[in-house]
Design a protein around this ligand. Structure first.
Ligand code: TXA
Ligand code: MG
Length: 361
């Protein structure tokens, strides 16, 4: 994979971040997928601080991040051989495995469920932090570093925007957003997350009865998983563990966002423009005459990895330009685009009728 100016972590800064975490504080850090909001996974009070900072419901489990080579059996129990094969194949990298939680691990990280999500990230700053924290033997509980329901951050600036911090703010109390600023001890820099959407999540905790289950599609595809373990992960069933990223409405900007095929866009854009409705366009094959007449626009690469890399920044940027509506050109629907389409589907959830409502004003 290509590197996008991944910052090499300064050892003193990493040591400071590890100390904040060891004392029960919160540190936002880059991963290759999105930025995470980290806390000591074995400190329930620290984990509770994550929920407070995010405004996240308490019944949503968080992923535990480990340093490369850390002892998976300290955290989990009854790990199937197939799960070890996946860890071997894809860690460090953008894959989260749901496994049976070792009863000695506080259930705060799994919101009371008997499972736990485990992932070893590949971003060099995340690895340096995990190696410094508790001498590489700890785990960092870390959801995406955004307020609940918002688009995940893929840069340190996105994190600061979410929590109302200044560029040089290292957690000092700050203006009217003092509360959230005070909660976040430090934001580590690491450039733009190279994957750009959250990790693939596979439930391996019920393998014997349900087989592998794909809870969240991502950069690592179901087919790549099947290539390693000889079983294609199934879509989630009724009894599958809860995952907040699987709520229907998620990853949503404030500006209404909806998705249309290129044909429907060609039909609808002139109508919106005739009514002086400000449209921000996101697409992968937008004709130049459309983008020229749009209020704002972002053309993303026409390949799934490149598109995923730019998607969240595009949603954030289009959200900030004062548009009345964000219109996304429906991406290709084949398997390679599953992760992108999953995030877009959630971002546009509930938007049916938004265009008609704007046109009727
Ligand atoms: O790429 C990622 O996974 C990023 C980076 C920071 O690692 N993290 C992330 O975390 O996306 P979060 O909390 O925003 O989403 C994690 C998802 C949630 O939908 C959560 O419910 C699910 O993983 N999850 C975590 N532990 C689980 C468990 N034990 N059972 C079922 N789902 C779980
Ligand atoms: Mg999230």
């Amino acid at each position: 994979m290509k590197q996008h100016h991944a910052a090499v972590a300064d050892a003193a800064v990493i040591a400071e971040a590890a100390a904040i975490l060891e004392e029960g504080g919160l540190v936002a850090f880059p991963t290759e997928t999105v930025y995470g909001l980290g806390a000591d996974a074995e400190n329930p009070a620290a984990v509770a601080r994550i929920y407070e900072a995010k405004g996240r419901p308490h019944d949503h489990p968080v992923i535990v991040h480990l340093a490369p080579g850390a002892d998976l059996d300290y955290w989990t129990t009854d790990v199937p051989e197939e799960a070890r094969q996946l860890a071997q194949a894809f860690w460090p990298g953008p894959l989260t495995l749901i496994l049976k939680r070792n009863p000695q691990i506080p259930d705060a990280v799994s919101a009371g469920q008997d499972s736990v999500g485990m992932r070893c990230p590949s971003h060099p700053v995340a690895i340096a932090l995990l190696q410094a924290f508790k001498g590489g033997k700890g785990g960092l509980a870390a959801p995406s570093a955004n307020k609940f329901g918002n688009v995940s951050p893929t840069t340190a600036q996105h994190v600061r925007d979410e929590f109302g911090l200044d560029e040089h703010d290292d957690g000092a109390i700050n203006g009217d957003d003092a509360c959230s600023a005070a909660e976040l001890g430090m934001v580590l820099e690491g450039g733009s997350s190279e994957v750009g959407i959250e990790s693939t999540i596979v439930d391996m905790s019920r393998l014997a009865t349900h087989g592998p289950v794909l809870l969240r599609p991502g950069h690592i595809s179901a087919q790549q998983i099947a290539d390693v373990i000889g079983m294609l992960p199934a879509a989630p069933d009724q009894a599958a563990p809860r995952a907040s990223g699987t709520l229907e409405s998620h990853y949503a900007p404030r500006t209404p966002v909806t998705m249309l095929s290129a044909d429907a866009l060609a039909d609808t854009l002139p109508k919106l423009q005739a009514k002086a409705i400000k449209v921000a366009l996101i697409g992968h094959a937008l004709p130049a005459d459309w983008t020229a007449s749009a209020h704002a626009q972002r053309v993303l690469p026409a390949d799934p990895a490149g598109y995923a890399y730019g998607l969240y920044a595009a949603l954030r940027d289009m959200d900030q330009g004062g548009a009345d509506l964000i219109l996304v050109e429906t991406p290709p629907q084949d398997h390679a685009w599953a992760g992108v389409n999953d995030r877009l589907r959630r971002s546009v959830f509930g938007s049916a009728g938004v265009i008609d409502a704007l046109l009727q004003k």
